[in-house]
Write a protein that binds this ligand. Structure first.
Ligand code: UDX
Length: 435
């Protein structure tokens, strides 16, 4: 059993801390945000993540998991400190704001009185871990701090499984610290999970490369989807035609309204900025951002062309993907904003979990509705833009009864086309000609 202090209770910090307690370690999760810690102490989880609630309650009850605002109280009991604070994009030039990381480093220097391993799970530009190591080495500390880079690849909505059973765990560290990391991850190792040990800077770059590559795959299939629509090719057969080549693979080939979320856009911008600083070729990487923006514009244009002038539009979905309440850089919001800027339409929308956070961005410019059918009231089109299970089961007849004109545009290819056509809908899906 290791004693672990996790600093930062965002997605990565909270899920990692809770999962480490689940495998038997003793974990204290620390955050400066008093309100957040106080809710966690009361058993209230600040993020939506299936399975996390139960896991928190279980491990708190077993006294393996606790929450605190005070690093000084716990730091010298710990075997490892995990840094999992946010690394947002700076507003100006896409560079990464490392203030949270460095203020944690200062705090550790102020309170630490023992040799320790400091694991950086926050996504940081290549070279940051080495800089942090230098900072510790040149500080007044009497004991050595060993920096380890251990990036996370958690997907929202799937984070517990991604932590417990990842395709691989990336560890950047000196050979001397590998055994301690093996002991920390003994449960993973015993279950045969693959570990890749490398140096600090490679581990940091792996994180950016993985997210950028996945985003490129999504941007690519969206462009191919757009080509398919124009020539009456079929995206579904196309996906299996290319995905069955094992060099390409099926995953991340679902066309949609573009990628969003808190990681892909931020990490790509950060990699662009970093590559520019070191004068490295980045034409392909840069084009991913443009391609994604073009996709959002294209979907908005398609809605406008489909529906014609004026009227009420119904949007089903506000979050950037299903099974999350997160609307950060959501393409659904991007499309809605683009359409609102035309000043031609009124918009009604519904999302199972994203309404509250969407309201913070869209304010009163749209009408928030209680369910699918309420959102479709008097609408000239329903746009299915997030792939929630609920939207796969829409009752076509009931929808038609509430709408003004029976048009449906499925931007995720999840509806049963036949059913809607039989009910008299004009159906448009992505990646195939209008059906
Ligand atoms: C991502 C990475 O997958 C994870 O490893 C990382 O560390 C954090 O960022 P997440 O943002 O939770 O995770 O979402 P993910 O499931 O990867 O999807 C990202 C975006 O791509 C979403 O907007 C999603 O709708 C879109 N997407 C994904 C597609 O449009 N098509 C696909 O085939 C896959």
């Amino acid at each position: 059993m290791h004693k672990i202090v996790v600093i930062g209770t965002g997605y990565v910090g909270l899920v990692s801390g809770v999962c480490f307690s689940e495998v038997g370690h003793n974990v204290v999760c620390i955050d400066h945000d008093k309100q957040k810690i106080s809710s966690l102490q009361k058993g209230k989880i600040p993020i939506y993540e299936p399975g996390l609630d139960e896991m928190v309650h279980k491990n708190v009850a077993h006294k393996r998991l606790s929450f605190s605002t005070n690093l000084a109280d716990h730091i010298n009991d710990a075997d490892e400190i995990i840094i999992a604070v946010g690394t947002p994009t700076s507003d100006d030039n896409g560079s990464t704001d490392l203030n949270f990381v460095y203020s944690v480093v200062d705090e550790i220097i102020n309170h630490l009185s023992k040799e320790i391993i400091v694991i950086i799970k926050s996504t940081v530009p290549p070279g940051t871990c080495a800089d942090v190591q230098k900072k510790f080495d040149s500080s007044e500390l009497h004991h050595k701090c060993h920096i380890v880079s251990n990036p996370e690849f958690l997907r929202e909505g799937n984070a517990i499984k991604d932590f417990m059973s990842p395709d691989r765990v990336i560890v950047g560290c000196d050979d001397a610290n590998e055994d301690k990391i093996r002991s920390l991850y003994a449960d993973h190792i015993n279950r045969g999970i693959k570990f890749i040990y490398t140096n600090l800077i490679t581990a940091e770059l792996i994180k950016y490369s993985a997210n950028t590559f996945l985003a490129a795959k999504v941007a690519f299939i969206n462009e191919i989807s757009s080509i398919s629509e124009r020539i009456d090719a079929d995206i579904v057969s196309l996906k299996s035609g290319i995905g069955s080549d094992s060099r390409i693979g099926y995953k991340f080939l679902e066309p949609g309204p573009g990628f969003g979320g808190s990681c892909f856009p931020k990490d790509i911008k950060s990699l662009i900025h970093f590559s520019e600083e070191i004068h490295s070729n980045n034409a392909l990487i840069k084009s991913i951002i443009d391609s994604n923006q073009n996709r959002i514009d294209e979907i908005a244009r398609n809605v406008e062309e489909f529906v014609g002038s004026g009227g009420t539009l119904c949007f089903l979905g506000l979050t950037y993907k299903a099974n999350t309440d997160d609307v950060r850089t959501s393409p659904a919001i991007g499309v809605i904003q683009k359409i609102l800027s035309l000043n031609k339409y009124s918009i009604r929308c519904y999302d199972p979990l994203g309404m509250k956070s969407a309201q913070k961005i869209l304010g009163d410019k749209v009408t928030y509705c209680k369910d699918i059918y309420d959102a479709a009231l008097d609408a000239s089109i329903v746009v299915v833009i997030t792939e929630w299970d609920e939207f796969k089961k829409i009752d076509a007849e009931k929808l038609k009864a509430t709408m003004k004109i029976s048009n449906i545009y499925d931007v995720r290819n999840i509806i049963n086309i036949d059913k809607f056509q039989k009910s008299g809908f004009q159906v448009k899906v992505i990646g195939s000609k209008n059906v």
